[in-house]
Design a protein around this ligand. Structure first.
Ligand SMILES: NC(=O)c1ccc[n+]([C@@H]2O[C@H](COP(=O)([O-])OP(=O)(O)OC[C@H]3O[C@@H](n4cnc5c(N)ncnc54)[C@H](OP(=O)(O)O)[C@@H]3O)[C@@H](O)[C@H]2O)c1
Length: 271
C-alpha cells in the first residue's frame, strides 16, 4: 500500500450517524479527531486545526423542510466553508460523502446539490476522496430507524413494487474504508462508490428484517409521491422515494480492490 502520513483528523457532521461511529473507530485506533459542530459553522468559530492532515466532511442533509437549512445552504455552502478552512489551515486532504447515483445527469435537488459539492471539491486543488454511499446500515441508521418506527405501528409501507435494488454497506465497513483512505494514496483524487457486496431489493431486505406478523402494505408510486409531497407524517420523503426508486447500484469490485478486508454481506436490517 502507498502509505500517507496522517496527523489529526477533522470531522464535520461529527454528531451524526457516520460521524459518531467514525470518532469511536478512530479513537480505538489511536487517531485523534477534532469534531466540528453545527454551532461552529453557525458562529463561524472553529477550534484550532493546526497539525491536521485530513478533513472528513460529513455534514449534510438528505431532505428539506421549512424549518431547516436547504440543500444549497448545507450541502453546497458548508462545503465551500470547509474547503476554505482546509486552505487556511494547510490541511491537504479532504474526504467527502456524496451519494450513490449522483451524476451530471441528476435531476433531483438533493443529487444536484451533492453533484455541485463534488465539483467544488474536485476543483479545490486539495487531494480528495469522494465517496458515494448507498444505504449505510448500523444500529442507529436512518433506514433502520424509519422501519423500526413503522414496525411499532404493525405495518410497513412499501412504495411501488418494492423491487428496486439497494446495495447496503455496514457502518463498520464504512469506518474501515475511511481509515484505509486516510492511510493510502491509492484513494487520492478518486470518486468511489461506497457499496456493499450484496445487491438486494427493498422488498426482500424488509422481508428478511421483520416478523411475519407485521403487515406489508404496498401503495402505488403515484400515491407515495403525493403523500411525500403533502403529508409531513408520511413514512417517506420525496428524496427518500427518489433514492429508493432510482435503483442505484455501484461498483463494489473497485472498492474491494482498494481495501484489503472482507466486506459484510447485508441481507437484513437490525430493526
Ligand atoms: N447514512 C447514509 O446511509 C448515507 C447515504 C448516502 C449519503 N450519506 C451522506 O453521508 C453524510 C453523513 O451521513 P449521516 O448518516 O451521518 O447523516 P446524519 O446522521 O443526518 O448527520 C448529518 C450531520 O450533518 C450535520 N448538519 C446538518 N445540517 C447542518 C447545518 N445546517 N450546519 C451544520 N451541520 C449540519 C448534522 O449536525 P447535527 O448533529 O447538529 O444535527 C449531523 O451531524 C451526509 O452528508 C449524508 O448526506 C449518508
Amino acid at each position: 500500500m502507498c502509505t500517507q502520513v496522517i496527523d489529526r483528523i477533522v470531522i464535520s457532521g461529527a454528531r451524526g450517524f457516520v460521524g459518531k461511529n467514525l470518532q469511536k473507530f478512530l479513537s480505538s485506533n489511536k487517531i485523534q479527531s477534532i469534531p466540528i459542530s453545527r454551532q461552529n459553522f453557525k458562529k463561524n468559530q472553529f477550534p484550532s486545526l493546526k497539525n491536521t492532515s485530513h478533513f472528513v466532511h460529513l455534514a449534510g442533509v438528505g431532505s428539506e423542510s421549512v424549518d431547516q437549512d436547504s440543500f444549497v445552504q448545507v450541502n453546497i455552502e458548508l462545503t465551500k466553508t470547509v474547503i476554505n478552512l482546509c486552505k487556511k489551515n494547510n490541511i491537504k486532504n479532504i474526504i467527502y460523502f456524496s451519494g450513490l447515483g449522483v451524476s451530471k445527469n441528476s435531476r433531483s435537488s438533493y443529487f444536484i446539490s451533492k453533484f455541485n459539492a463534488e465539483k467544488l471539491i474536485k476543483n479545490s486543488g486539495l487531494q480528495y476522496t469522494i465517496f458515494r454511499p448507498s444505504y449505510i446500515l448500523g444500529d442507529d441508521d436512518y433506514l433502520t430507524k424509519n422501519i423500526s418506527k413503522q414496525i411499532l405501528k404493525k405495518q410497513i409501507v412499501i412504495p411501488g413494487s418494492g423491487k428496486f435494488l439497494l446495495q447496503p454497506i455496514s457502518i463498520d465497513d464504512v469506518c474501515r474504508c475511511i481509515n484505509t483512505a486516510l492511510h493510502s494514496s491509492k484513494f487520492s483524487n478518486k470518486i468511489i462508490d461506497l457499496v456493499g457486496p450484496k445487491e438486494i431489493t427493498f422488498e426482500n431486505l424488509l422481508k428478511k428484517s421483520i416478523s411475519p406478523s407485521i403487515k406489508i402494505k404496498k401503495i402505488t408510486l403515484e400515491l407515495a409521491y403525493k403523500k411525500a409531497l403533502t403529508d409531513i407524517n408520511f413514512e417517506y420523503g420525496v428524496e427518500d422515494l427518489n433514492i429508493l426508486v432510482g435503483n442505484y447500484i455501484g461498483n463494489h469490485k473497485k472498492l474491494q480492490n482498494l481495501c484489503d478486508f472482507n466486506f459484510k454481506k447485508i441481507e437484513s436490517l437490525n430493526a
